[in-house]
Every structure is written in structure tokens, then in C-alpha cells.
Design a protein around this ligand. Structure first.
Ligand SMILES: Cc1cc2nc3c(=O)[nH]c(=O)nc-3n(C[C@H](O)[C@H](O)[C@H](O)COP(=O)(O)OP(=O)(O)OC[C@H]3O[C@@H](n4cnc5c(N)ncnc54)[C@H](O)[C@@H]3O)c2cc1C
Length: 420
């Protein structure tokens, strides 16, 4: 194709055709404005639906960790959304990552591809790019949350913490690992969230080690602490992982979370103590269990779940954002293909996404065990193994597995000229 003009026209015509065909269920409420929610809003609009997003945070959540996309399934959806150039501009550019000893001397190096995939961006930047791509045609409501969902034959009556009650045709929960939509419709979190034996903390701090597009990590039995440069070395992200049974900490009790982190890492060696001190002044301290979501079904009536709310593969899998993005493409596409018939569309969405999500979750299981090994012997073995890895024939095995997992889905051409 010369062809970008032709392609653009085809895209436009196709979206208009789909819109004309979409007779039912056009008003869709999405809970959550991170990755899955805005990506779904994008595709719903393209297919002629009217998305509204409610986000609990008072504004778009910025900062945080880096997320990555890898392989053709992720890239083709990003390309079709037209946001690849912006993501390229926002990419972290992080190179290889170094394992260091307690004195900070590098002892092993892991290739960039393993951690950063084809394109790595800060989650906050990704969220901003998705928001910018959708804000013209999506109603965003910040600082609110759904409190009840009551379904009848024609739609869903929704009440909110702050706003007045409203009616929608469909409701999609894209509100993450601790989804309120899931709790309201499917039951308490404990039924679906499986703790992987590791907790995680992450926050922004100064790049006081002068890291240049790289990260240093120090690993001992049951503990993993790292510092990565971010925003082109202008700042850094500290990352802590530690093995522990599920801790019953309130999600907003930051002082208690910080105290627990300090108990686990004080005197741990390398930069641990300095980073624990920096934690007290961090603008964006994040703490959570590394967990997965397992559900028998992702929809009930007019309500469906998307992204981490439905099938979180865990923060250690490196798959959550790509999975959320692909899920949004499939869910919107199936709704369009079924002309808004949610019963047919939700069934197809699940049918097409189940095996893919399961594959991504398997990655999460394996990575949790390897990144934070429980025993001293396994930690020592892995540290030695990583040192030798560049010289071993299977050196690219882990990144190859990640890539195969990320690509293991055939995307239907809901709009044939969009996905190539
Ligand atoms: C430390 C860490 C590292 C990660 N690294 C990677 C990586 O390298 N690669 C990768 O692909 N993925 C990674 N992920 C995972 C990735 O961030 C998630 O899988 C992805 O963001 C899923 O997007 P989501 O939109 O489904 O959920 P989330 O990003 O969790 O977003 C949920 C949104 O819903 C909002 N919300 C919550 N409750 C309510 C409510 N009641 N009402 C309204 N809104 C609500 C939240 O504020 C949030 O904005 C990582 C995650 C973590 C925590």
C-alpha cells in the first residue's frame, strides 16, 4: 500500500460501518482508567459504542514501575491504535540489568530483552498516552467508584460513592487486582486472588548511583532489592521483593507497609538501608502482594471483567499490560461482531482469551519462584547460573519463552485492515 492514505480511509469506513451495525448496548461504563480501561474505551469508540470511564483516583495515576510489550500480538494492536510512535518516544531505553554483590560490584548481567521486551515504558506514561488517545470521545469521571450494580432486562443501574445514580447498558470492570466490580458481582476477593508467596514494594527516588539506562539488583535468599534508572536517568525506581506468606495489611496503611519492608530488609546489605531511608520520603510508595486472579468465568449478565481484574498474571510475569491491551481489543471487537449482543460477545471474548491468559499466568508462577528463591542454596545456585548464562547455549531461553507466550494468540480481524 502507498498506502497509508488508503489504509486510513479503510479504517474510517470500517469504523463507520461497524457503528451502523451496532444496534444494542451502546452505553458502556468502564471502571478503572489505567491500561485495560482506556484501551477498551478506544476500541469501543472505534466500533461505535459510547464509553464512560469512572476512576477512583482523583486524577490519572502517574509514576510507578515500567511495563513492557513484546511480540507481534502486542505490537499489532498498538500499531492499529496509532500510539506506537508516542510509545517509542516515551520508551525507557533501559539496557541490560546487572546483578551485584553486597559491595555493589557487578557479578552477572541479564539482557535487556528479558526485562524490557520490544518496548518498555513507565506505566504512568502508558496510561497518559491511552488517556490522550481517548479523552475526546470518552467521558472520564475521576475521584469516584461504583458502589452497587443492579441488573434488569434492559441494563444496569449503577450507584456511585459521590456521583448521582446512572443507567448503562453494560459495565466492564477494568479496576485491577483488587477490583471493586469483581467483588460486587462475583464475590469477595479471597475467592479469586491467589498469593504467590512474594510481596513487592516500589517507589521513586533519586538516581544517586548515577545509573545510566540500567538497573542494579542484589539478591539473597527470599529477598530481592534493586534500583533502576528512570526518565532517562533523571530519577530512579527502587524495587523490593520478599518471600512471605500473605500479610494482612490494609492497602492504604503505608506506615505499616513501610515498617514491614524495613523489618525484612534492614541490614540486608548493598544499598538496602539507604533505600529504606529514601522510602520514607517517596512520593509514590506502592506495596502489594504478588498475586494472580483465577476465575471460572469473567462475566455475569451485563457485567464483564477485563485485564488484571479478570486474570492478573502477577506483577512478576511481565505480561499484565500486554494481556490487558489484547483483551481490550478482543472484548470490544467481539461486542462489535455480535452487534452489541453481550451474551454472545462475552462468551466469545472468554473463549478467545482463556488459553492466552493461562499461558501468561504460567509465566508469573515460574518467575516468582526464580526471582525470589526461598532457600539460600537456590539463591546461590541462581546467582552462579546467571554469571555463566551469557556463555551457555540456552542463554536466550527465558526471553524466547516470554516472547512465545506473548504471541500465542491469533487475533481476529474485527476490522481487517487494522490488524496486520
Ligand atoms: C511492580 C509492578 C511491575 C509490573 N511490571 C510489568 C511489566 O514489566 N510488564 C507488564 O506487562 N506488566 C507489568 N505489571 C502489571 C501491569 O501494570 C498490570 O498488569 C496492568 O497495568 C493491568 O492493567 P489494568 O488496567 O487491568 O489494571 P491496573 O493497572 O491495576 O489498573 C486498575 C485501575 O483501576 C482503578 N480502580 C481501582 N479500584 C477502582 C474503583 N473501585 N473504581 C474505579 N477505579 C478503580 C485503579 O486506580 C487503577 O487506575 C507490573 C505491575 C506491578 C505492580
Amino acid at each position: 500500500m502507498t498506502n497509508s492514505t488508503n489504509a486510513k480511509n479503510n479504517v474510517k469506513n470500517n469504523a463507520e460501518n461497524t457503528a451502523r451495525n451496532t444496534a444494542r448496548n451502546t452505553d458502556v461504563l468502564i471502571s478503572g482508567a489505567s491500561v485495560a480501561g482506556p484501551a477498551l474505551a478506544y476500541w469501543l469508540h472505534r466500533h461505535g459504542f459510547r464509553p464512560t470511564i469512572v476512576e477512583r483516583a482523583p486524577a490519572l495515576r502517574d509514576g510507578g514501575y515500567a511495563v513492557d510489550f513484546r511480540g507481534e500480538a502486542h505490537l499489532s494492536v498498538l500499531r492499529a491504535m496509532g500510539i506506537l510512535p508516542e510509545l517509542e518516544r516515551a520508551r525507557t531505553g533501559t539496557g541490560s540489568m546487572k546483578y551485584v554483590n553486597s559491595a555493589g560490584r557487578p557479578v552477572a548481567e541479564m539482557p535487556a530483552d528479558l526485562f524490557a521486551g520490544d518496548i518498555e515504558v513507565l506505566r504512568g506514561d502508558l496510561s497518559r498516552i491511552l488517556y490522550d488517545a481517548t479523552k475526546e470521545h470518552t467521558e472520564y469521571v475521576f475521584g469516584d467508584s461504583v458502589t452497587s450494580l443492579t441488573e434488569d432486562a434492559d441494563g444496569v443501574s449503577v450507584t456511585f460513592e459521590r456521583g448521582a445514580p446512572r443507567r448503562f447498558d453494560l459495565v466492564i470492570g477494568a479496576d485491577g487486582l483488587h477490583s471493586t466490580t469483581r467483588r460486587l458481582v462475583f464475590g469477595p476477593e479471597e475467592r479469586f486472588v491467589r498469593h504467590l508467596g512474594v510481596h513487592c514494594a516500589i517507589f521513586t527516588t533519586d538516581n544517586y548511583l548515577g545509573l545510566d539506562h540500567t538497573g542494579h539488583v542484589f539478591r539473597t535468599a527470599g529477598r530481592f532489592v534493586g534500583l533502576h534508572s528512570a526518565r532517562h536517568n533523571a530519577e530512579a525506581r527502587a524495587v523490593f521483593y520478599f518471600a512471605s506468606p500473605r500479610l494482612d495489611l490494609h492497602r492504604r496503611d503505608v506506615p505499616r507497609q513501610q515498617a514491614v519492608l524495613a523489618e525484612h530488609f534492614a541490614g540486608n546489605g548493598w544499598e538496602s538501608d539507604r533505600l529504606l531511608e529514601a522510602m520514607r520520603h517517596a512520593p509514590d510508595f506502592y506495596f502489594d502482594s504478588v498475586a494472580q486472579v483465577h476465575m471460572d468465568t469473567w462475566s455475569r449478565g451485563r457485567v464483564a471483567l477485563l485485564g488484571d481484574a479478570a486474570h492478573c498474571p502477577s506483577s512478576l510475569s511481565g505480561m499484565g499490560s500486554g494481556l490487558a491491551l489484547v483483551g481490550a481489543y478482543v472484548l470490544a471487537g467481539e461486542l462489535a461482531a455480535a452487534h452489541g449482543d453481550h451474551t454472545a460477545a462475552f462468551a466469545q471474548y472468554e473463549e478467545r482469551m482463556r488459553a492466552y491468559a493461562r499461558g501468561c499466568q504460567k509465566m508469573g508462577d515460574g518467575v516468582a519462584r526464580l526471582m525470589v528463591p526461598g532457600s539460600r542454596a537456590l539463591a546461590a545456585f541462581l546467582n552462579r547460573y546467571y554469571r555463566l548464562l551469557p556463555y551457555l547455549p540456552g542463554k536466550n531461553m527465558a526471553s524466547n519463552i516470554a516472547r512465545r507466550t506473548a504471541e500465542d494468540i491469533t487475533l481476529r480481524d474485527y476490522a481487517p485492515q487494522l490488524i496486520r
